[in-house]
Ligand binder design. Structure first.
Ligand SMILES: Nc1ncnc2c1ncn2[C@@H]1O[C@H](COP(=O)(O)OP(=O)(O)OP(=O)(O)O)[C@@H](O)[C@H]1O
Length: 243
């Protein structure tokens, strides 16, 4: 079953200068997909456009059978999309539990305690110190809190923008281990990543975006050959798209 479909999506900050220039792909339910590409290719812009945070100028985004193009992020959250932005994804002056309580406000009141408990069960590192200020957490723990906030509403699709950004290799390992556990629960994962090695180890399929267009959509195993990926990044293999 299809979880997410992009059809000829065009998006950006100025309608005369689209950053995402007609991208189409589908993601199946339960799949884990990474979006790779050189700096400035438009990866973050594309994921933010899907998440309702950047304007779409053309094309469509569908969640299952439902069109959600341009739907604001809080409504998308109610429709099964969780999004973890790259920065400012937690309230640093509030405690862990308060961060979860705020995210839980999207849920009907009676469901909130059960979902907060579920997140504390899933993230023992957070459960160990619920009253600690989020700003005092390590980079990896912050990403876990950000993921927990997004998972509270039980999204079918969880999208993350560079979850490894600014983390030490050890913390990257922890975050990706957490993402694997999330993926194993059946949640569809779509992540933008600069850390190609970590992304390829987690996901089975990669989309490579070059200059706002899809240059590759296929299994990650061929990308373990760094040369192939390098050529893709440089745009020499743009014809691979859709093969
Ligand atoms: N808020 C914004 N307003 C205007 N232009 C922006 C904004 N954010 C990004 N851009 C531009 O959009 C283009 C694509 O940026 P984007 O961050 O989507 O690329 P990316 O592939 O995610 O890059 P990176 O891997 O470096 O994060 C860049 O030219 C960038 O300058």
């Amino acid at each position: 079953m299809t979880a997410l479909t992009l059809s000829d999506l065009q998006a950006g900050y100025d309608p005369d200068l689209p950053i995402v220039k007609g991208v189409s792909f589908t993601v199946s339910k339960g799949e884990a997909v990474c979006i790779l590409g050189p700096n400035g290719a438009g990866k973050s812009t594309m994921i933010k456009a899907i998440a309702g945070l950047v304007p779409c100028f053309g094309g469509q985004v569908q969640l299952g059978e439902t069109e959600v193009t341009g739907m604001p992020s809080h409504l998308l959250a109610r429709n099964g999309v969780g999004f973890v932005p790259q920065t400012e994804n937690i309230f640093t002056r509030l405690s862990i539990i308060e961060n979860l309580q705020i995210a839980a406000q999207l849920l009907p009141k009676p469901e909130r305690p059960r979902r907060i408990e579920a997140m504390l069960d899933m993230f023992p590192d957070l459960a160990a110190r619920p009253r600690e200020l989020a700003g005092a957490l390590s980079g990896g723990q912050r990403q876990m809190l950000a993921a927990a906030r997004a998972l509270l509403t039980e999204p079918e699709v969880l999208m993350l923008d560079e979850p490894s950004a600014g983390l030490s290799p050890k913390l990257v390992g922890q975050v990706f281990e957490t993402l694997r556990r999330i993926s194993d629960t059946g949640v569809t994962l779509v992540l933008v990543e600069q850390n190609v090695r970590a992304a390829l180890a987690l996901t089975h399929r990669a989309l490579v975006l070059v200059d706002g267009k899809l240059a590759h959509d296929g299994p990650t195993d061929v990308l373990h050959d760094g040369r192939f990926l390098g050529e893709l990044f440089l745009g020499h293999r743009a014809a691979e798209a859709g093969r």
